[in-house]
Design a binder for this molecule. Structure first.
Ligand code: ZN
Length: 307
């Protein structure tokens, strides 16, 4: 931690060998770590009192230094649960917490942190991430190719899908359509395809074994068309919205298609804005396929003040 409380005056102080301080959060005595290898910091004698705290790196400090000192390491307290945590940055003007995340985070922790801090933004260290970006138009092409592949897969239309199975699959499609988040479609399409294939195989198996002879139902080719096309159409509609938005944005600020090699899936579940810091710029994740380039200057103008 950059700050402890002076044992006598209780004002916030930075670590130095002469300084004696206690933790702002748990009030235990702290040890000043002022070596040559890591950023100077305060450490607890035993483990850190805030389980969400991660060891501070240069990367953390560089980010925090872009915000006023009073905003850094702010204690947040929940009066109902009695929970206490140290927010990396608390911007009182926007009632906003900014967390800088360097190490991997579990889904459970992500969820508890997002519910503890009401307004929250994640900045994730992605200096070593391999992220390939292409124009956003390529997502529509990719989605349509995926659809064509599914529809062109030849199926024996002699095998009819029973009506009750068709309505089951349609219900799943409707659920996907109503819950589909802007710009997402890949996982949804894969899941529905899996269910469709499973159901088709069950029917085919039964026919082969002579368990069913005459089926009242629909041809698989038609069922597929009704299931998958609406999902791709909706995805493409969303993507077109982003293409339209791009017309008003400059090159450094655009929505792009992206592929993140060895993607950290936990960020798919985040309900708060997630910015990947590549070391050159910020990439604001919009979906599993769309991101928005965000220059550092723009981020800081919005969330910090001139210091
Ligand atoms: Zn503590």
């Amino acid at each position: 931690m950059e700050f402890g409380l002076d044992v006598n005056t209780r004002t916030r102080v930075r670590p130095s060998r002469q300084q004696r301080a206690i933790c702002q959060c748990c009030e235990e005595e702290l040890i000043a770590k002022c070596g040559n290898f890591r950023v100077h910091h305060w450490a607890h004698k035993n483990s850190h009192c805030d389980s969400w705290w991660e060891p501070e790196t240069e990367w953390h400090r560089n980010w925090k230094n872009k915000f006023p000192a009073e905003w850094r390491e702010s204690i947040k307290y929940d009066t109902i649960s009695n929970e206490k945590h140290i927010a990396d940055i608390y911007n009182p003007n926007n009632d906003l917490v900014i967390e800088f995340q360097n190490s991997p985070i579990s889904l459970d922790e992500l969820r508890s942190r997002e519910s503890f801090y009401n307004k929250l933004i994640w900045v994730v260290n992605a200096e070593n991430a391999v992220i390939k970006t292409t124009s956003i138009q390529s997502i529509s092409e990719e989605a349509n190719t995926m659809l064509e592949e599914i529809l062109n897969e030849t199926m024996n239309d002699f095998i009819k899908i029973p009506s009750e199975i068709v309505s089951l699959l349609n219900n799943q499609k409707d659920k996907i359509l109503s819950e589909m988040k802007e710009g997402f479609y890949k996982q949804e399409l894969k899941e529905l395809k899996y269910h469709f294939n499973t159901q088709f195989d069950i029917v085919a198996q039964k026919i082969q074994e002579g368990k069913i002879i005459h089926i009242v139902g629909e041809a698989p080719t038609k069922v597929k068309e009704n299931l998958f096309r609406p999902i791709v159409n909706k995805a493409v509609q969303y993507i077109d919205n982003f293409i339209n938005k791009n017309e008003y944005l400059d090159q450094n600020n655009q929505y792009l298609n992206y592929e993140w090699k060895r993607r950290k899936k936990v960020w798919n579940y985040s309900k708060k804005p997630v910015f990947l810091d590549t070391g050159e710029e910020l990439l604001w994740l919009q979906s599993d396929t769309i991101l928005k380039k965000t220059p550092y200057s723009k981020f800081l103008t919005k969330y910090s003040i001139n210091i």
